[in-house]
Design a protein around this ligand. Sequence first.
Ligand code: DLZ
Length: 164
Amino acid sequence: MATELKNLSSYDPTKVANGKGRKIGIVYAEWNDEITYALRDGAVKTLLANGVEESDITLASVPGSFELIFGASQMVKSKSYDAVIAIGCVIRGDTPHFDYICEGVTAGLSRLNVEYDTPVIFGLITTNNLQQAQERSGGRLGNKGDECAITALQMMALRQHLQQ
Ligand code: DLZ
């Protein structure tokens, strides 16, 4: 996540597809909730700022980042959403657990993107410490939730373009 060169909240509004009429599912983890709530709120704010209706956004929480796979999978399989954003924060600890969770979530969400037609956006922050997570959830490097929202808008537009 090389964000020293790019603020996560900065985007060119003229290049972002409008989200009017789009339905978005956001699944977020309760682990490290100081961070994940800020990411979730950033994503919602940016979706609303780009035309998505509040009533078209569904929020669902899961206990930890590992459960994002199941949560996102259920949302995708419901076919109720044009895009799904998965939000979590894994902070490196003293055991290899960090690596297992990160690899599991990455593989699980990647698989959904290959097997289904709904874009699943990777909103997992993986950091060495809390400060790095704070910097990326509304701190000096912006908010990855904003980036996820913009990515969702772009991917929905791409899907529509390619399916025409
Ligand atoms: C167990 C665990 C640990 C150690 N660390 C995190 C973390 O930093 N971020 C996170 O989202 N979840 C963590 N979890 C919980 C796992 O994601 C998962 O909820 C449990 O292993 C139960 O499946």
